[in-house]
Design a protein around this ligand. Structure first.
Ligand code: BGC
Length: 380
């Protein structure tokens, strides 16, 4: 008994020593950056993903030993400008910005450039400023392609078979967000041959981004717009087969409109993007059909590696890909912000449906709640 106890004690002592070694090592790395502050500007807490982005960025930068200032600007353009100005005045060493309005930060970022503060455009490209060093995002066009391809695959569309036809309506994102057009175009371009062949019809006639855009990506606006579409074009019994929504916040509103205002007895396909918890639950419940998943913890991780390289005075290029833990591409062609091409690191999105939803547990960001039969977030 005594012997067992002493073995146990020495084992735990050893574990303790090893842990303190590990801590010492971490602390050493951490100490290197303790005098450097990263300013992070996120658009809003009202859309789920930005809460996760903010949390993962803060956590990962702090773990790497940096100080962090994290600001949410309530989807208010003026507030975001002020928040960024304040961080510049505080002398942050690097800025990471997910813009509310891609076109409204030009003057503020000129101040960042004057102060020699490097700026990373996070997820959304910031337009009309030469103060941006890099852009980190997902392949935004591919997000839309995955949504369009999902429709083709699930209905088994065949361009040579014009006998069957289906009705589709689009819901797109915020015109102030540079990403929104990429998502819409990716989906529309993928489906266009089927629209032209008459295999996919759009009863509302709303075929352009402007006609289906949703300011601020608002769930309530998407709900209201879709209720209007259903009332105007589907109340006579016209069947709705597909509601192609650019992201989860709009899909939430559209799915709600379908539940309350759609008279048909089929279940239309509803697409989304992000993997917000409410939408993952809707996928389990059959109210939403798919989401294009973007692992924003990986997006934060890529941003950290990039920021570290910039702060060390490097000019990161394709070679940085080898240092990343996530799959990404280095792109120097796609994203021109009006002042020239912004070199971009683009992560890879993937399709999640009820069939592979539990794979998300492997990311470590979700757990399966056996009682509720839903995924829950492990985020704080
Ligand atoms: C992001 C999407 C998100 C949307 C609304 C976009 O810029 O890329 O992931 O759904 O904003 O928050």
């Amino acid at each position: 008994m005594k012997k067992a106890l002493s073995i146990l004690l020495s084992a735990s002592l050893l574990a303790g020593v090893m842990t303190s070694f590990a801590f010492a090592e971490e602390a050493e790395t951490a100490a290197d950056h303790s005098d450097q502050t990263i300013g992070i500007a996120m658009p809003t807490k009202s859309l789920e993903r930005w809460n996760r982005d903010g949390e993962y960025l803060k956590e990962q930068f702090e773990e790497a030993g940096y100080s962090v200032q994290l600001k949410y600007s309530d989807n208010d353009i003026e507030q975001q400008n002020n928040d960024i100005s304040n961080m510049i005045a505080d002398g942050v060493d690097l800025l990471i910005i997910a813009a509310i309005d891609g076109e409204s930060l030009t003057q503020t970022l000129a101040d960042a450039k004057d102060a020699e503060i490097p700026v990373i455009a996070y997820d959304r490209l910031i337009m009309e400023t030469d103060a941006i060093s890099y852009y980190v995002s997902f392949d935004n066009y591919t997000v839309g392609v995955l949504q369009g391809q999902f429709v083709i695959d699930s209905l088994g569309l065949d361009i040579d078979n014009t006998e069957d036809s289906y009705n589709i309506e689009f819901t797109a994102g915020d015109p102030a967000d540079n990403n929104a057009g990429y998502f819409f175009n990716g989906a529309y371009d993928t489906l266009e041959p089927f629209i032209e062949a008459g295999i996919l019809n759009i009863p509302s006639g709303k075929t352009s981004f402007e006609q289906v855009a949703t300011p601020a990506w608002s769930t309530d606006t998407a709900l209201e717009n879709f209720q209007n579409t259903l009332a105007s074009y589907y109340s006579d019994g016209t069947v709705l087969d597909i509601a192609l929504c650019s992201n989860d916040s709009t899909a939430l509103g559209v799915a709600q409109a379908i539940q309350s205002d759609y008279a048909g007895d089929n279940t239309p396909i509803v697409t989304g993007q992000d993997g917000d918890i409410a939408n993952l639950q809707n996928i389990v419940d059959g109210i939403q059909t798919m989401t294009v998943y973007k692992n924003v913890s990986d997006e934060a991780g890529v941003t950290l590696v990039l920021a570290e390289a910039i702060l060390e005075g490097e000019t990161p290029d394709e070679g940085l890909l080898e240092e990343l833990d996530a799959e990404a591409a280095f792109d120097t062609e796609s994203y021109d912000n009006g002042t020239g091409i912004i070199p971009s690191y683009l992560l890879v999105p993937w399709t999640v449906t009820v069939d592979n939803l539990e794979d998300l547990v492997e990311t470590g960001l979700y757990e399966w709640d056996e009682d509720e039969k839903y995924l829950v977030s492990t985020a704080k």
